[in-house]
Every structure is written in C-alpha cells, then in structure tokens.
Design a protein. Structure first.
Length: 133
C-alpha cells in the first residue's frame, strides 16, 4: 500500500511523489499498449473477415470441382482450402488473444487512473499518514 510504502521513508512527500511518478509512467505505458492492442485487434478482425470470405469461396470452388469429378483441379483446390482454413484458425487465435488483452486493459487502466487521482486529491492526508479511501 502507499501508506506503508511512504511510512518507511524519511521524506514522506518525496516518497509519495516517486510513487506517483511510477504510477504515471505505468499509466502512460499502459495507454500506449492499450492503443496498440486495439489497433492490432481492428486490423486482425479485418484480416479474419477477409480470410473467412476467402475460405467460403474456396470451399464452394472445391466442392463444385468435386461434383464435376475434376480430380486434378479438386486436389489443387483442396490444398488451397486447407491452407486458407489454417489462416482462419491462426487469425481466430490471434483475435481471441487480443480480445483477452483488451478486456484486461479495460479493467486495469481505470484502476490506475483512479489510484493516481486519489493520490493527487489526497496528497497532504497521505503524507500525514491518514487513511484515505
């Protein structure tokens, strides 16, 4: 806790300022990472949509050739279809991971911002060792 941390130092004000600097650096880094995650998620979502459309088209082509009994073309289209489906799985996994990260940042960033705000608004009370909620 902040109270415990600053109570163990000679200059409580300086200790609190150092803690606040650390939190603000963490907030800045977190906001940058959060922004990157959201951008990457949007890009990955777009890529996933495109590869899904490609997979649907590939599947239709493949089964059309199978029903036409065109063995050579069916085999080529089958290999293409399998490769596209691998891309679908890869993009889905990447998208799932990014969504999980995004949810975690949606929880932690407001907590960091709230903590900074509480410290800034109650600086004197904290330095004096008073309990602040």
């Amino acid at each position: 806790s902040v109270k415990k941390e600053i109570s163990q130092t000679y200059d409580r004000g300086e200790a609190l300022e150092n803690h606040l600097i650390l939190l603000k650096d963490l907030e800045k880094t977190g906001k940058g990472a959060f922004s990157n995650i959201r951008s990457r998620k949007a890009k990955t979502q777009s890529e996933w949509n495109k590869v899904m459309e490609k997979a649907k088209e590939s599947e239709v082509k493949f089964f059309t050739e199978v029903h036409s009994l065109n063995a050579n073309e069916s085999e080529r289209l089958f290999e293409e279809f399998v490769e596209i489906k691998k891309q679908v799985v890869e993009k889905r996994a990447e998208l799932g991971a990014l969504m999980t990260l995004e949810k975690k940042y949606e929880i932690i960033m407001p907590q960091i911002e709230n903590r900074i705000s509480k410290i800034e608004n109650n600086r004197e009370a904290i330095i004096l060792g008073m309990k602040v909620e």
